[in-house]
Design a protein around this ligand. Structure first.
Ligand SMILES: [Zn+2]
Length: 207
């Protein structure tokens, strides 16, 4: 009986691990992300040197780049938009502390939003996650009660949504996306520079 139990357990572990591995391999970034990464290569060197490890806030196989950082029409788009299905997980890009977790029904602004602060080599970085559908309950409640809330890189903090100021390209299309910003010492930087630099760094460290 014990032997049977042991074998059953082994098979279960085997399937759990192999399914996970397969899912990992299937997580191929959207072409819009690969195309952008190729364009950024020559710009990455100084950001790789900062050696800060930012993860994509949405899995690369679950999103695509729908709007870049920089001039947009007559204005300036201060972040990068990752379009994804409503309800897709949003994770913290790096270890840090939650500075803000706000809910808003207003049709302008960031909508439901989280701001995280990350300390790294005497610099302060911040990451902003806007237009969220939901914010993790535990995080929201703790922030409201004035607690200092720590988060880990890749920890789920909410889900992709369409709160705040979002525009659908067509009347029938889903406008859900994550608006993501990175600040270094209070200054906004193109988030893709840090995301691609971190990825380069991780690949280097592995080899
Ligand atoms: Zn945006």
């Amino acid at each position: 009986m014990n032997k049977f139990k042991y074998n059953f357990f082994t098979i279960l572990v085997y399937f759990a691990v192999s399914t996970n591995l397969r899912a990992d391999k299937l997580c191929i970034p959207d072409k819009s992300i690969i195309r952008q990464q190729e364009r950024y290569v020559s710009l990455l060197a100084p950001y790789v040197q900062e050696k800060i490890n930012f993860s994509f806030p949405v899995k690369q196989c679950e999103c695509w780049v729908s709007s870049l950082y920089g001039k947009r029409g007559t204005g300036f788009h201060a972040g990068v938009d990752f379009a994804a299905l409503k309800g897709t997980d949003v994770v913290a890009a790096a270890d840090g502390y939650i500075m803000k977790a706000e809910k808003s029904n207003a049709k302008n602004g960031y909508g439901n939003m989280i701001l995280i602060e990350h300390e790294h080599k005497k610099h302060t970085y911040q990451t902003r996650y806007a237009h969220l559908d939901t914010i993790e309950k535990k995080i929201y409640n703790q922030v409201q009660s004035g607690k200092k809330v720590a988060v880990k890189r890749n920890e789920k903090i909410g889900t992709v949504g369409a709160t705040g100021h979002v525009i659908a390209k067509h009347s029938t299309s889903d406008p859900s996306h994550l608006h993501f910003e990175i600040y270094k010492d209070g200054k906004r930087i193109d988030p893709l520079l840090y995301l691609f630099a971190s990825q380069t760094l991780r690949t280097k460290n592995r080899s």
